[in-house]
Design a protein around this ligand. Structure first.
Ligand code: MN
Ligand code: ZN
Length: 498
């Protein structure tokens, strides 16, 4: 499963084994340690590059099987392009590309972490290691019969050769916890819905107790007492009861306002009485991608003992059609006291989030809240699978999210909010209705959420296009992407730790 590929750092002097991965620029230049590792093979590389039109462009690769003059299985040259154009996140991709060369059977890989100018920051070497681990993750727990040539599971040791292995190890240590968090989120998203339902999800989230996270699980009785009528209205159509889980990591100064992350955890979304079509309904096991991200993020923060007070809150339900399911036309009363007319029972995520956002606002008075939700198909119409939609009542928070999005490659694109959109969810029978018109569907969904955040600085990330089913990348070959863990971990690390 996840950790069949081990990554470590070794000094340049260690003899390379198995597959050797090296870097060159767009002039096909190598650094001194790389030339040494290549022995007499660098002329061979020049000839192979010429015949295969390899020009050292960033991310391009040249594969040479069993090169003469050096005791390795194969040599992979990865182009880094122009050194001045290199960004932090490029090193993640290089690691992913390197790990992509592993096959069952070739079980060792050595990366010479050196740029052609002879230098590489420990952080960049660490990013390569992160890329290796993110790429290597595979969800195959339920495959008991492998096809021909697939029988062997991928098991590999990856050695990253660096100038200063102590510094690289130190730079990698906190990142290793973030990778664990991403993998945890991917795992939760990939699990089938008969295995991962609200009570089981809550049980898995509660395992963060081992890291010192304080975990409170609110059952139906507790949520009823709190008046969470919006969330419970969704949950009532399933024989599996809903849960709200509150995770608290207190690594900051005592009494410091916490930062808060809220996730939509619809473990399966049939649409309810407003039932979805059959095509691709199986993908709705991933409708808990926001909650998965929050759990992965809280893991990352707690495991590296982040100096911050953080709250993670997830609303877990199953949206099913049933004799007891809520109907279009029902009016429910949310914990905030505001009433909601249900127009479409498939617009359930916002109902779940409404009560969890309100609960967090009132109970924790956070510095800010970020919610993540696979909320609308409309966001995919607008942005495809490259960017998550960002909606916010706070420019500073929005700008920070955009910046860390570019740094991590988990990008967000800001969408509008405003009174003209807000009035589209006014209802003739209640304080609001749970859907607007067909147009601007991701915006009216965000307007709905905004009615439950009071004046708390807040950002909503619509991750319907990025959390699952997005095209595979150099650093993700899994259906569930774990989107958002690296983004928010970076947000906290850069701006909110003392
Ligand atoms: Mn839905
Ligand atoms: Zn949903």
């Amino acid at each position: 499963m996840s950790d069949a590929v081990k990554v470590g750092f070794v000094p340049f002097s260690t003899a390379p084994r198995g597959i050797l991965v090296v870097f060159c620029d767009d002039a096909l230049k190598f650094g001194p340690a790389t030339r040494k590792a290549l022995g007499g093979a660098d002329n061979l590389v020049k000839r192979a590059a010429a015949t295969s039109q390899f020009k050292g462009k960033s991310g391009s690769t040249l594969d040479i099987l069993a090169p003469e003059g050096i005791k390795i299985q194969s040599l992979i040259v990865i182009g880094v392009g122009k050194l001045s154009d290199l960004k932090d996140k490029d090193f993640l991709k290089f690691g992913g590309t390197a790990a992509g060369k592993l096959r069952p059977g070739n079980d060792t890989l050595t990366v010479i972490a050196e740029l052609p100018d002879g230098a590489m920051k420990p952080e960049s070497a660490a990013a390569i290691a992160v890329g290796v681990r993110l790429r290597a993750y595979k969800f195959d727990r339920y495959k008991t019969r492998k096809k021909d040539g697939e029988e062997e599971a991928l098991r590999a040791d990856v050695a990253i050769a660096v100038d200063d292995s102590t510094a690289a190890r130190k730079a990698f240590a906190p990142n290793a916890h973030t990778v664990d968090g991403v993998i945890m989120a991917r795992e939760l998203v990939n699990e089938p819905p008969n295995v991962l339902f609200p009570v089981e999800f809550a049980r898995r989230a509660a395992q963060l107790r081992k890291l010192g996270v304080v975990v409170d699980v609110l059952d139906v009785k507790a949520m009823t007492k709190l008046g969470m009528g919006a969330l419970l209205g969704v949950a009532q159509g399933s024989t599996r009861p809903g849960r709200t889980v509150i995770l608290r990591w207190n690594g900051g100064k005592r009494g410091d306002q916490p930062v808060a992350f809220i996730g939509k955890g619809v473990c399966f979304d049939t649409g309810g009485i407003s039932i979805k079509g059959a095509a691709n309904m199986e993908d709705m096991k991933g409708d808990m991608g926001g909650a998965a991200c929050v759990v992965g993020l809280m893991h990352a923060l707690a495991a590296r003992k982040a100096k911050v007070n953080a709250v993670g809150a997830i609303g877990l339900v199953e949206n099913m059609p049933d004799g007891n399911a809520q109907r279009p036309g029902d009016i429910v009363t949310s914990m905030s006291g505001q009433t909601i007319e249900i127009i479409n029972t498939d617009a359930e995520g916002r109902l779940v989030l409404a009560d969890v956002l309100w609960y967090v606002t009132k109970k924790f008075k956070p510095k800010f809240m970020v919610d993540l939700a696979t909320l609308t198909g409309a966001i995919m119409v607008a942005l495809g699978t490259e960017y998550a939609g960002l909606f916010s009542n706070n420019d500073e928070l929005a700008e920070r999210l955009i910046k860390v999005g570019l740094e991590t490659g988990e990008r967000v694109w800001r969408m509008p909010l405003g009174p003209e959109y807000d009035k589209l969810i006014d209802s003739q029978f209640a304080d609001m209705k749970n859907t607007g018109t067909r147009n601007g569907g991701s915006i009216t969904a965000a307007q709905f959420l905004q009615r439950f955040v009071d004046n708390t600085p807040w950002a909503h990330l619509d991750i319907a296009g990025t959390a699952m089913g997005a095209p595979k990348t150099e650093i993700n070959q899994s259906w569930g992407s774990g989107y958002g863990v690296r983004l928010l971990e970076r947000l906290v690390a850069e701006y909110y730790e003392r």
